[in-house]
Design a protein around this ligand. Structure first.
Ligand code: ADP
Ligand code: MG
Length: 327
């Protein structure tokens, strides 16, 4: 097994035919055609073993999640996924691991007819860098900077499951959060949300022309909504009791722990967006057709930063608003 055998393993499992791929894997560069009237949305994310996933995570799930976190960024821009490149750094030429990784990547890529058009394969500590390319009609992309005072704040799906799943796997993280989910069958559901996030691509497309601002929640709701606030020059108020939770999460921990996970846990890969009242009236139908609804969790206000209120209107303080590298 050497580099080119491994590339062959990946290429064979990730074959997706697209008219706009004039030349894919095999030459010095891919040749790709962007449809008329559209612009490219391009995003890169790296997953490092021991930082973004544990050594015990299944290769299939690493492949799935590496692509999912990238597709989530395209979703947040309202872009349609088209192509990806994959830079893979491997400690050794483990064809079985690479095959299972490629199967996980391909399972998700196939859902979106996304073509793997190139990459790089190197030896070193396990790490995966994917760059995704998507199309968006010129002028239609969802930005972080469009939130206006009076807009509602919404999230798709539910929050906190992935962070709870991490605490199921890692008791030390549980101690940091205050408590650990009680052992139950919901464990598997929570861990599945951590290992195989669902990028909200269809929801991002449904939000074009509706949402005033949008971001995907990777680092935690408060941290990521904070980016919308900073980019838009506004503040946000969140009602903690309105945060959507899955039945698995509701069954796994008490309310105080749940709120920490929902506000600051991260790894949700849901969309957080803002919309004016007129646009919000149209959202339930748009999102129902996309297969995943959204919940109103607060409002955009004058000022800066994200403030959180409990049911009595008292402030809730979040000590660890979200994941950060280098701290
Ligand atoms: P070069 O030396 O010209 O950079 P490489 O030998 O690195 O080319 O790669 C050969 C071909 O295989 C290229 O088309 C490259 O894009 C593709 N490739 C390499 N690694 C990967 C990978 N991990 N996934 C997908 N394509 C890859
Ligand atoms: Mg070359």
């Amino acid at each position: 097994m050497h580099e080119f055998d491994l590339i062959g393993v990946i290429r064979d499992r990730c074959a997706v035919a697209r008219e706009d791929v004039r030349l894919g894997i095999g030459d010095d560069a891919a040749l790709l055609a962007v449809p008329a009237g559209h612009i490219l949305a391009v995003s890169t994310d790296t997953l490092v073993a021991g930082v973004h996933f544990s050594q015990s995570t299944k290769a299939f799930d690493v492949g799935w999640k590496s692509l999912a976190v990238n597709l989530s960024d395209l979703a947040a821009m309202g872009a349609t996924p088209a192509w990806a490149t994959l830079a893979l750094t491997l400690p050794g030429a483990d064809a079985q691991w690479v095959g299972q990784f490629a199967d996980g990547f391909a399972a998700l890529a196939g859902e979106f007819k996304l073509a793997l058009v190139g990459g790089d394969t190197t030896q070193g500590p396990l790490s995966i860098t994917i760059t995704v390319h998507g199309f968006v009609p010129d002028g239609a992309a969802l930005l972080r900077s469009g939130a206006r005072v009076g807009d509602g704040v919404y999230v798709t799906g539910t929050l906190g499951d992935a962070a709870a799943g991490l605490r199921c796997l890692d008791p030390a993280e549980g101690a940091a959060a205050g408590s650990r989910p009680a052992p139950s069958t919901s464990y598997a559901t929570l861990i599945e949300r951590l290992d195989r996030p669902t990028p909200r691509v269809a929801q991002g497309l449904a939000l074009r022309g509706r949402a005033s601002a949008c971001i995907d929640i990777s680092d935690g709701l408060v941290a990521d909504l904070g980016h919308i606030c900073a980019a838009s020059g506004v503040g946000a108020e969140i009602d903690v009791e309105s945060l959507p939770a899955s039945s698995a999460l509701l069954g796994a921990c008490d309310a105080a722990t749940r709120h920490v996970l929902q506000l600051a846990g991260g790894d949700d890969y849901e969309l957080c967006f803002t919309a004016g009242d007129a646009e919000a009236l149209l959202l339930p139908g748009d999102l129902a057709r996309s297969g995943c609804g959204a919940t109103r969790i607060g409002r955009i206000v004058a000022g800066y930063g994200v403030s959180i209120r409990d049911a009595d209107g008292n402030p809730v303080v979040v000590t660890r608003p979200g994941w950060r590298h280098f701290t």
